[in-house]
Ligand binder design. Structure first.
Ligand SMILES: [Fe+2]
Ligand SMILES: [Fe+2]
Length: 145
């Protein structure tokens, strides 16, 4: 590799695991129809953590280095970057929705569907990143020998 720091990649991997646990906790709160306050606290926490994680990926070279090593991944990388904005927007929407999510069954249904959709998209995003990194580094390293 190229110049990507193995430690940095490990850190991202660890963050993916930690984020995965937070997302699972949030999902459990949603499944158990927690109070708006509990949901809001979890979402505020999640939003801060996600923003920090995305920043680490965007500024630390996670994507730019991958494209440098494997230019064929550019389209995929651009999509993943665009998803950062989308995912943060969704958390913002969920935060707003959470204030009234227990008002009636209709509001709850809407919030629940949106929240579960977010959980799935977030998991898909991290999965795609993990395989992008694998594809960029492991294969290209292998190719070089
Ligand atoms: Fe990401
Ligand atoms: Fe990530």
């Amino acid at each position: 590799m190229t110049e990507v720091d193995q430690q940095y990649l490990e850190k991202i991997k660890d963050e993916h695991m930690a984020l995965g646990r937070k997302i699972s906790r949030f999902r459990r709160l949603v499944e158990s129809r927690a109070t708006p306050e509990e949901l809001q606290n979890a979402l505020i926490d999640l939003k801060a953590e996600l923003a920090e994680h995305f920043e680490l990926e965007e500024e630390g070279g996670y994507f730019s280095d991958a494209v440098e090593v494997a230019p064929r991944l550019k389209g995929q990388v651009d999509r993943l970057l665009a998803e950062h904005t989308e995912l943060l927007d969704i958390v913002g929407e969920l935060l707003v929705q959470s204030e009234t999510c227990q008002d009636d069954d209709e509001a709850w249904k809407k919030f629940h569907a949106h929240a579960i959709d977010f959980v799935k998209r977030q998991a898909g995003h991290e999965r795609a990143e993990n395989s992008m990194v694998q594809e960029a580094y492991e294969r290209d390293i292998g190719d070089k020998d």
